[in-house]
Design a protein around this ligand. Sequence first.
Ligand SMILES: Cc1ncc(C[n+]2csc(CCOP(=O)(O)OP(=O)(O)O)c2C)c(N)n1
Ligand SMILES: [Mg+2]
Length: 697
Amino acid sequence: MPPVASNAPRSLPVDASTGHADPALLEKVENTIRFLTVDAVERAGIGHVGAAMALAASAFELFDNHLRFDPKDPTWPLRDRFVLSNGHASMLQYSLLHLFGYDLSLEDIADFRQLGSRTPGHPEYGHTAGVELTTGPLGQGFAHGVGMALAARMTASQFAGEAADPTDRDRPGNHFVYGIAGDGCLMEGVASEAASFAGHHGLGNLIFFYDDNSITIDGETNITFGEDVPKRFEAYGWQVINSVEGQDRAGVAEALVAAREDTDRPTLIVLKTLIGRGAPNFEGRNKAHGGPLGADETKLAKEGLGWSIEGELIVPDDVRAYCDERSAAKTAERKASDARLDAWRSANADAATKWDTARTRSMPDDLVEKLLDGMEGVKNATRNHSKTVLERLADLVPYMTGGSADLAGSAAPPIVKAAGIVGPGAGEGIDPFAGRNIHFGVREHAMGAIANGIALDGTFLPYCGTFMIFSDYMRPSIRLAALQQTRTLFVFTHDSIFVGEDGPTHQPVEQVDSLRVMPDLTVFRPADGVETAMAYAYYLTQTTGPILLSLTRQGLPGLERPAGFDPKDVWNGAYIVSDPAEKADVVLLATGSEVSLAVEAAADLAGDGIKARVVSMPSVELFLEQSEADQDAIVPDDGTPIVGIEAGRGETLRRFVGRRGLIIGMESFGASAPYSALADHFGFNAKNVAQKVKAHV
Ligand SMILES: Cc1ncc(C[n+]2csc(CCOP(=O)(O)OP(=O)(O)O)c2C)c(N)n1
Ligand SMILES: [Mg+2]
């Protein structure tokens, strides 16, 4: 091992109140992290030792002398964020959180990977104090980190007050986002998209370590990964600090200082590490990536590093004392920061109020009325209704931010007039972080992750979107939104074969169903302006998780509804649009663009003496949350034939129509043609629907 340098007297702009001069003690802390990891994985019989053993020194240096946090208040808004993108190294993070005084005990660590523990296999947002996000799907943490950094820059620009000093760490948004990413993360496409975005947007508050250990699960990276990563990141517009020895704490510290000093570029610190460092028969080899070391190798590793082979999960007294002292210093530093923040609040009352408004998610009491105003009876595509709503929200909820993956021109979603552009697109001499319209570029996967990162930051409420078909390109990010319950709003347009001439590559068929089956995600497929406005209102006022909108390209009529209709019925997931005077012979259950079709078909059927009820089901998930009696009152379960109509696979409607029920949906991919021709070809016209229903009842 190279000598461990002292990190004592060094000019550190942040939290320099440290500097234990005793390298032997610091090495002992490092080995504590190593063996907490080894022992926890040994106990669980499964887990990953390699990266944590390799990164113990550099990650400890980061936590000890650079990362600004208060272990007693993990949600302190001015804290630096830490992102472990290589989530398999979770024990590295858990060890650090434990040692630095977060609410994570040795018992929690002993429970590593057990049901209900605070130490799940990969870090999970909401399970563990100090874990800022869920990681594990490689590359995603990195891309989420980009969103967190963007949110911070925008916060500083929009909420830190006039003449804000960008280096003043006691003002909103002037914190840093630090992270660690491995070979796997940087091989993933999502990281490339996000790195390109971060470089282009000049996110100088983003600092990632690249754990350059030349090893992944299947072997050395020469079997898979040969490009020059530093050159690649330089080309993205990053500052790259190359070849920092992972054991050289002073070198790591210097790199971090240089990273912070470059305020216009994100920084990649390329750390040379030895996977499994300290395990003599594993280190440097792919077998060190995962799995327990086993009793023999554990003993050899402990003996080699002068560790006691008696007992497990040991934190030596002097290590405990040092970390307690450091953790107390962090909390004291936070208290001092609070006093300075209070002074800032007094001097910047307006900005402080705006910042609080955002963070507490306050909004006008009459928000729902304002969104609904004038929406009834208007003929338009739901993507355009969505545009109207977003334009209003730009004023009503000024901490909403978002944009499209190069389809803003198609309202997928649009640029809102009341707010400027984020990034260099703002124009020469204009603050690139003062706007709220984000041009994500053609980077759908990263767009979803960046939006989630913005949501996790906790100041802005993000939305993002593209054509529904390309939701497939961002599914892993949507899934992480659902898993973490981030406040991400996904706005997808062009939601059926009625995209038309662009043909089957652009026509979603299975997407809407596939998104509805994702747990903890609420999908809305609104039928007109009222339902669109109420879907947005649901996101803003009724839920703390993500929602997803499925909107049309083509124009739709404004529905006529019965006198007793309350717009909040939309939040029940389904409601009756029209009902015959006597008991219905059939129920037409439709969503989105097919609701008006069902209304037309019901009129045709009435001509033939068949009495049809029309039900609009804007959200299958919300309908399923209603009581059985309430569900039965809308969609009867008394043998009345139910016909599901949706210009998609319609599989999620199948659960309401019964085994002998009828679904009028898509059984194949679409085709390239004008949308009216497609409607006739695939049977989505009133005549065909009426015919099919007649044959069915
Ligand atoms: C998207 C995704 N694909 C695959 C995996 C499974 N996986 C976990 S770690 C890993 C190898 C990662 O290599 P590296 O980042 O170099 O980690 P190291 O072995 O150096 O710790 C793989 C393929 C995953 N977690 N996420
Ligand atoms: Mg690796």
